[in-house]
Design a binder for this molecule. Structure first.
Ligand code: ADP
Ligand code: MG
Length: 748
């Protein structure tokens, strides 16, 4: 008898060699095998009669082979197959498919699936259908004659007269859909019938979940009456059970982490009138309603004695910085220090500028700690931090995480988290977790190690953590992947912004574009020209970007805008130069800033109203949106010109099109996710994203939310609805799954 954990090698028909092939597909156990779901189904119970086919539809047809042959046209080979049902006939063609020659014999029954089209004479045909020769087991070979006959009959019974699962073939096509059907069927028949169900009964009842065994059977072998639409959209009860199952245990882990974080000792900041006054005093403008609401959420967290773990999402330009500053004031006024971490040095510097303008003026003491400071200066700054002189420490993540000792750290703000990507965060979760990363910053008394070891207080309160990101994670996803954080959303832009006008323009029209830039500058505005260069080798990308930007800078400065001030900014410049250039741009001394994607995050110069992006088609949507977010920050109308040269891929076109149509970061993020798929969207798989076996976070959003809700419900127990044993069982299952499949984190 097979258990879910049995290695696939022991499933009848697999063996060690094929087990290796399957392992490469991530199928190691019986459980993995049973989670290899059909990607579609064919209705071979009620196949269509050829007579009732209509052009334009997708159809499954079962018919008898009449004849076939290869035709040559001037440009290609066409393989043509004619099948028939009684007197009606249907033509199928494949292009450049010489390999099909000799594959069909008259009299064979075939199942065909594909799009029905009209040929030039108005006759129906199916072009490039997927096909299966029914009862043909020759492709697997090996068996003796009698055995072959028996197998043939068994195989046939899995192939016609029912809804048939179609699996993606794998192992260079060796493992055909038919092979999977036979093997998975066998595995199901030999599976231990008493599969435990780790989902608590109350949750099962809330969602009317079918049992694991029923789900496994029916997802592979649906009942004859099953709705075809539900099958194709993975919405049958069997599918729902399997998808929910996967999501539920992920959410359960996140929920538990969140509880554990909440249970730690944090700091209960006071929010008295004095503090309120201090917060109001720094505001250079009226906050938006969204900013007020979010600050309230943050302040409420900060007042509770458990550590804050909050994600602040807000589209580019929604005004996250000032909210972070306000939170900082709460901590500082309570006598604590604040660390603000930015992903790039340029952004850290910019935060430092604005912090000085807004906070230093109000009397707060701010330091900047970046890699390019010389060693003496760094030592100085570290000393200020350790002694508690510095109240707000701004730096790049790497630097702040590195051996910086605070006298009394109360709040950590992580800006533009998405730049590192979800993957990095999940990696952090894997090794440590946000809390322990912050533990690296745990307050240490000056005097250093000796005192730390003698006086080490395990009860040192955990600082609050606020993570800020400019969208690209749709809300439901944020809720899931950041399920261990609370979520605040800035869903309103400051007043007076007019949406950026975006145009996609071919390179040939560059002269017009430059004319336009000239006019805008004549009107007192400024412009960015961005040179993203994509290269296969990411290590070299920056170098190429720099080269392209340098070259273009020369051309723009000398040839195109000889009378204007054209500056150049890229990551390879030393910090002093970067700072100088940013300041000149901010002060309007530089009118056109040629830059690489270093300006992607955070840069804030409201007077800049034009952004020209070269080779825009090669960039991801999220990145384009981030770049565009550098303009449209003031009251004046802003323009984003997406240049495209040469041949643009279809997907590239769709991205440009999306940019032209939408200014909404959430919409763009969703589209991006759809275009690229979750794997790409979040970066590589190795980066530690849970790779789902059956769930698809785009398609299954609602189940995701349900899973989150139910996970919270389970953790809130035990109670009348869920007994303790059920919770324990669910948690045990969750732990083993997290350890096995997601490998993200050990929970509790
Ligand atoms: P992001 O959310 O992208 O980090 P910023 O915090 O950089 O956005 O804010 C974008 C711009 O909007 C800045 O110039 C900032 O000063 C301005 N800003 C923020 N909030 C308001 C507001 N309530 N009213 C007017 N301008 C605002
Ligand atoms: Mg920002």
């Amino acid at each position: 008898m097979l258990e879910p954990s049995t290695p696939v090698q022991y499933v009848k028909g697999i063996g060690p060699r094929l087990a290796e092939v399957l392992a490469a597909k991530g199928i190691a156990t019986v459980d993995d095998l049973l989670h290899y779901l059909p990607f579609r189904y064919e209705d071979r119970l009620n196949p269509r009669s050829v007579a009732e086919l209509r052009a334009g539809e997708m159809a499954t047809v079962i018919a008898e082979v009449r004849n076939s042959g290869l035709f040559r046209t001037r440009r290609m080979h066409i393989f043509q197959l004619t099948v028939g049902q009684g007197r009606t006939r249907l033509k199928c063609i494949w292009f450049n498919a010489a390999y099909l020659q000799g594959r069909f014999q008259a009299g064979q029954m075939v199942a065909l699936y594909g799009k029905v089209e009209e040929d030039r004479d108005g006759e129906l045909q199916i072009v490039q259908p997927q096909f299966e020769i029914l009862g043909d087991i020759n492709e697997e070979g090996g068996a003796g004659a009698a055995e072959k006959e028996a197998e043939k009959r068994a195989a046939a019974s899995l192939e016609v007269g029912r809804i048939v699962p179609i699996y993606e073939s794998t192992g260079q096509g060796k493992l055909t859909p038919r092979w999977f059907r036979r093997i998975i069927r066998g595995a199901l028949e030999n599976l231990n019938p008493n599969l435990p169900d780790a989902i608590p009964a109350a949750v099962r009842a809330h969602l009317s979940l079918v049992s694991p065994r029923e789900a496994l059977w029916k997802v592979h072998w649906p009942d004859a009456g099953e709705s075809f639409t539900d099958l194709q959209s993975s919405r049958t009860p069997a599918h729902i059970r399997m998808i929910f199952d996967e999501l539920f245990f992920i959410e359960l882990g996140l929920e538990l982490k969140r509880r554990e974080q909440k249970a730690q000792t944090g700091i209960a900041f006071q929010l008295n009138d004095g503090v309120r006054e201090a917060i109001k005093k720094i505001l250079p403008f009226h906050p938006t309603a969204a900013q007020k609401r979010v600050l309230k959420e943050i302040a409420a967290d900060m007042q509770t004695p458990s550590p804050m773990r909050r994600l602040l999402q807000g589209d580019v330009g929604s005004g996250k910085t000032i909210v972070a500053f306000q939170a900082a004031i709460i901590a500082i006024e309570n006598g604590y220090q604040v660390a603000l971490m930015a992903p790039t040095e340029i952004l850290a510097q910019q935060h430092y500028f604005s912090a000085r303008q807004i906070l230093e003026r109000a009397g707060y003491r701010i330091v900047l700690l970046t890699g390019s400071l010389d060693e003496d200066r760094k030592r100085d700054v570290r000393c200020h931090i350790a002694q508690g002189n510095a109240q707000l420490v701004i730096g790049t993540h790497a630097l702040i995480q590195d051996r910086v000792e605070f006298e009394k750290l109360g709040l950590v703000v992580v800006d533009e988290q998405h730049r590192f990507g979800v993957m990095q965060r999940l990696k952090l979760m894997k090794k440590t977790d946000e809390t322990r990363v912050v533990t690296g910053l745990r307050p240490v008394q000056p005097g250093g190690d000796a005192r730390r070891s003698t006086e080490s207080k395990p009860t040192d309160p955990e600082p609050d953590v606020l993570v800020m990101t400019a969208t690209p994670i749709p809300r439901t996803l944020a809720l899931t992947l950041y399920g261990d954080l609370d979520l605040s959303v800035l869903d309103e832009l400051p007043p007076g912004r007019t949406p950026v006008v975006t145009r996609s323009v071919p390179d040939e029209r560059a002269p017009e574009v430059w004319d336009f830039v000239r006019k805008q500058i004549g009107a007192g505005h400024q412009a960015y020209v961005v040179y993203p260069v994509i290269e296969e080798n990411p290590a070299k990308t920056e170098e190429r970007e720099v080269k392209a930007a340098e070259q273009m800078h020369r051309q723009l400065r000398d040839k195109i805008f000889p009378n204007l001030h054209v500056g150049l900014l890229h990551g390879r410049l030393d910090a002093g130069t970067k700072e100088h250039i940013m300041r000149e741009f901010q002060q309007g001394k530089i009118e056109i800033l040629v830059a690489t994607t270093v300006i992607e995050v955070g840069v804030d110069v409201p007077n800049a109203t034009v952004m020209v992006i070269e080779h825009a088609d090669r960039f991801g949507l999220a990145q384009l949106h981030q770049l565009r977010g550098r303009i449209g920050r003031g009251a004046a109308k802003s323009y984003c010109v997406l240049m495209r040269g040469g041949k643009v891929s279809e997907e590239g076109e769709r991205r440009l099109d999306a940019m032209v149509r939408s200014n909404d970061g959430f919409q763009i993020a969703e589209l991006d996710l759809e275009l690229r798929g979750p794997g790409e969207f979040f970066g590589t798989k190795q980066a530690g994203i849970p790779s789902f076996r059956v769930a698809n976070i785009i398609r299954d959003r609602q189940l995701l939310e349900a899973a989150k809700r139910e996970a919270a419900f389970v953790i809130s127990g035990p109670n009348a609805e869920i007994p303790k044993e059920e919770i324990d069982r669910a948690l045990r299952e969750m732990r083993s799954r997290w350890a096995l499949s997601y490998g993200l984190v050990e929970v509790g």
